[in-house]
Design a binder for this molecule. Structure first.
Ligand code: IFM
Length: 468
């Protein structure tokens, strides 16, 4: 049994929920929207669970007001959303699409009308297909196109939006999208993945320069997904596997952003695998330009061990997101898991926050995503009893606030996600929302976690909690 006492929430703390365009909007052929890599990918056979696509998703495009009312119901002061690049700029170049601008203007105004601060993420994975056809993120030109797009989006909404993050989880775009191929655009080339990773970071740096030149009082940052990598044993081989995964997952992004350099050991690991990072003069200065905040998405940890040469041989050349990592095995670490089979490890969140503050930066940190998928069921009485999600949120919020109490400058915590939604390659099978979505009727039902969050925020305290 775990006993957790009532815990008052810090004054002025930034609570929120988060979503992303392709996961909820639907209306993919309406309002002048162009195709994105996720349209193409999800319509390609065998790419997503059950062939699910974002064509309709949560139909948020047509249910904007209803969804804004849900946000008001929760009572969190922030809402983080990612406008769709192909809705705002259908081909990835040229002027913005007025219908797209109108849709997000309505959203932003609707948020302000409900006393909710909008927070924009400029890129949450829906690259316009035309840019992919021209080379995608492995091509440097995509970073330049992204920066131009960022400037235009700021021109449209900068007067009403104070918080901006350039990228969401560039690790996923680069290594799942171009390395393992389980995310759009589905390519499987580790050199492309690393080039994509660098050009995403370059896109961040170039976009930041565009935003800075326009924004005097905006708060600008990037969101990284950071997960601790731990060895299964103390053996030097397992410890080295953990170093390598930490390098590719965390330090590949943190080091250039906060130290202006790629980590030597990661560069050496990649070179051994015949892979180079296509850095040009001046890139790292742009990438490491000062930020106002860091967004952290935290879900789980990795536990790794070394594979023997025989195991590597047996496994063959199965696609992996990790360049040069065929000899690294991911194992269960013995903790309870969510529906994603991700271990529930709140200590990893406080450790990650401490690590950032100790090793990288003292700028404000925001947890821009934290949440879990469980097999939620809508009961006949109209309720969804997701105690496991409440427990997950409670333990992670406590871990985050502990780090804050110990001196980490943590400013906010956004729950992923407002609604059940299109969970990428997993389609609609995984439910992350605090509102249950019936995809047949599009009816939204508050799960117990939504009610818990609303009451927690209204009481300004985490309730006392006893759990098994
Ligand atoms: O649904 C995703 C989101 O798009 C990015 N961060 C992780 C979430 C859960 O997998």
């Amino acid at each position: 049994m775990t006993e957790r006492p009532r815990l008052p929430l810090p004054a002025g703390f930034g609570w929120g929920t988060a979503t992303a365009s392709y996961q909820i909007e639907g209306a993919v052929s309406e309002g002048g929207r162009g195709p994105s890599i996720w349209d193409t990918f999800s319509h390609t056979p065998d790419r997503t669970r059950n062939g699910d696509t974002g064509d309709v998703a949560c139909d948020h495009y047509h249910r904007l007001d209803e969804d804004l009312d849900l946000l008001a119901e929760i009572g969190a002061p922030y809402y983080r959303f990612a406008p769709s690049w192909p809705r705002l700029q259908p081909t990835g170049s040229g002027v913005l699409n007025p219908e797209g601008v109108q849709f997000y203007s309505r959203m932003i105004d609707g948020l302000h009308a409900r006393d909710i601060e909008p927070w924009i993420t400029l890129y949450h994975w829906d690259l316009p297909q035309q840019l992919e056809d021209a080379g995608g993120w492995p091509a440097r030109a995509t970073a330049e196109a992204f920066a131009k797009y960022a400037g235009l989006v700021y021109d449209a909404f900068g007067d009403r939006v104070r918080h901006w993050t350039t990228l969401n989880e560039p690790w996923c775009s680069a290594f799942l999208g171009y390395g393992q191929g389980v995310h759009a655009p589905g390519r499987q080339d580790h050199q492309d993945a690393v080039a994509a990773g660098h050009h995403l970071l370059l896109g961040h740096g170039l976009a930041l320069r565009e935003l800075r030149s326009r924004a005097s009082d905006a708060e600008l940052g990037i969101t990284l997904n950071l997960f601790p990598a731990e060895p299964e044993s103390d053996s030097p081989e397992d410890v080295d596997c953990a170093r390598r995964i930490d390098g590719l997952m965390n330090r590949f992004f943190l080091d250039p952003v906060f130290r202006g350099t790629y980590p030597d050991d990661v560069v050496a690991d990649l070179e051994r695998a015949g892979i180079s990072i296509p850095v040009q003069d001046g890139d790292l200065e742009l990438i490491s330009a000062p930020l106002d905040l860091l967004g952290v998405n935290y879900y789980t940890r990795f536990v790794v061990r070394a594979r023997s040469p025989e195991e590597v041989e047996r496994r063959g050349g199965r696609p992996s997101p990790w360049p040069g990592g065929r000899d690294i095995q991911f194992v269960a670490g013995g903790l309870p898991t969510t529906e994603m089979r991700w271990e529930v490890y709140p200590e990893g969140l406080s450790n990650t926050l401490h690590r950032i503050a100790d090793d990288y930066t003292s700028i404000p940190i925001w947890i821009t995503e934290s949440g879990s998928a469980f097999g939620d069921v809508l009961l006949a009485d109209g309720t969804v009893d997701d105690q496991a999600r409440i427990d997950y949120l409670d333990s992670h919020i406590r871990a985050a606030l502990e780090a804050r109490e110990a001196g980490v400058d943590l400013r906010g915590y956004f729950v992923w996600s407002l609604l059940d939604n299109f969970e990428w390659a997993f389609g609609y099978e995984k439910r992350f929302g605090i509102y249950y979505v019936d995809y047949e009727t599009q009816e939204r039902t508050p799960k117990a976690s939504a009610i818990w969050l609303r009451e927690t925020l209204a009481d300004d305290a985490l309730p006392e909690r006893t759990s098994a």
